[in-house]
Ligand binder design. Structure first.
Ligand SMILES: Cc1ncc(COP(=O)(O)O)c(C=O)c1O
Length: 376
């Protein structure tokens, strides 16, 4: 049976990974400045994460959600402490799209409304409501198109008043737009959005699937703006590669029950992986490290000729490369460094939060060589 064609594949077959490095079947080493798309938060195969999963696997790996699972409680407790949302409750699922799908569903149940506001260049996943709230008509099928979604311009406070009318029950926005090219919402924009949503009984959903779990130096990117949304979604970095997602739900909403369900969400292995991630984030001060490494990377890019100003925060950074320089391709083919892209020219850096001098020097060396090609 052939594999269904999903993504354009690089001719690379990694067989081993550790920290920020991968090795292919020929022994070639690659530096990972992409984190498998912001998923690798604490480093590939971190020993504490491997140990937690191995130990859990040898005890019990799955039973249905109709029994008590103390690991789910432990995860919720630890997440409450580290995220700064001690009074919220946690719904566990398996992916980012699923987290957003459930958050949109909760908002609609609570407000009784179907209207959703999303923003230009947004990406929220590929399931039905999540893809309808994604600004890319190419991936929205007719079966998804029935959702009532209105797209508003990014960072435009003047468009909010008319856009948030009485048909709207939910607003969904990324902590920092990732797939759309690393665009950060202004703090004033998020604050006005929060104010209007509260005033008009609209539930604000912060999609922190890519920007959460410490990537920007706060647990969630929106915390830089000082807002407190009632619904927050997370996934990617939460399991460091083990599939797990979650919705943080404000206490005003938690009084409702029986509206969601999942077979695999919150299984023992997912909880063990997510707990190990939170432990390592704290023990190794990785949020602080993300901010320190951001400065190192910004400094290194300041010397690179012809690029746009660097956008983003912490270890979620992006910029446009000079038109004639396919940076992502060159970094991979000539220097064996994985990076991400958005559109044709935006380069995205989404490495593990545990990178240090070894990784940044390796990237700096490659960029220095490539910068000569720009000048020549
Ligand atoms: C902001 C955001 N939301 C949701 C998703 C979807 O996550 P998943 O692929 O785990 O369904 C992504 C994936 O890139 C994302 O970047």
């Amino acid at each position: 049976m052939a594999l269904f064609d999903v993504y354009k594949l690089q001719p690379i077959t990694p067989v081993k990974a550790s920290g920020s490095w991968l090795w292919d079947e020929k022994g070639q080493r690659y530096l990972d400045f992409y984190g498998g798309h912001a998923v690798i938060s604490i480093g590939h195969n971190h020993p504490h994460w491997v140990d937690a999963l191995q130990q859990q696997l040898s005890r019990i790996s799955f039973y249905s959600n109709s029994i008590q699972n103390p690991l789910q409680e432990a995860l919720a407790e630890r997440l409450a402490k580290q995220s700064g949302y001690p009074d919220y409750s946690l719904f566990l699922c398996n992916s980012g799209a699923e987290a957003n799908e459930n958050a949109l569903k909760i908002a609609s149940f609570i407000t009784g409304k179907a209207g959703v506001v999303a923003f230009n260049k947004s990406f929220h996943g590929r399931t039905s409501a999540a893809v309808a709230a994604t600004d890319n008509p190419k991936i929205v099928a007719p079966v998804n198109a029935g959702h009532q979604v209105r797209f508003l311009p990014w960072n435009d406070i003047s468009a909010l008043d008319a856009g948030l009318d009485e048909s709207i029950g939910a607003v969904i926005i990324e902590g920092i737009q990732g797939v759309g090219g690393i665009h950060e919402p202004d703090a004033s924009f998020l604050q006005e959005l929060e104010r209007l949503c509260q005033q008009r009984n609209i539930l604000l959903i912060l999609d922190e699937v890519q920007s959460g779990c410490g990537r920007t130096g706060q647990f969630f990117a929106h915390q830089w703006a000082g807002i407190r949304p009632p619904l927050i979604t997370m996934a990617k970095g939460m399991g460091n590669g083990f599939p797990v997602g979650g919705v943080l739900i404000s206490p005003d909403i938690a009084a409702w029950s029986g509206m969601l369900g999942t077979t695999f969400g919150g299984n023992y292995l997912a909880c063990a992986a997510a707990l190990a991630v939170l432990e390592v984030l704290e023990q190794e001060n990785l949020l602080e490290n993300a901010l320190q490494q951001e400065q190192v990377i910004r400094q290194m890019l300041a010397d690179f000729p012809g690029i746009s100003p660097v956008r983003g925060r912490g270890l979620m950074l992006g910029f446009e490369a000079p038109e004639h320089l396919p940076l992502k391709k060159l970094l991979l083919e000539q220097y064996h460094i994985f990076t991400g892209e958005a559109g044709l020219r935006t380069l995205r850096l989404l490495p593990s939060l545990a990178i240090g001098a070894e990784e940044t020097s390796y990237l700096a060396e490659a960029l220095q060589q490539l910068s000569k090609e720009v000048v020549e």
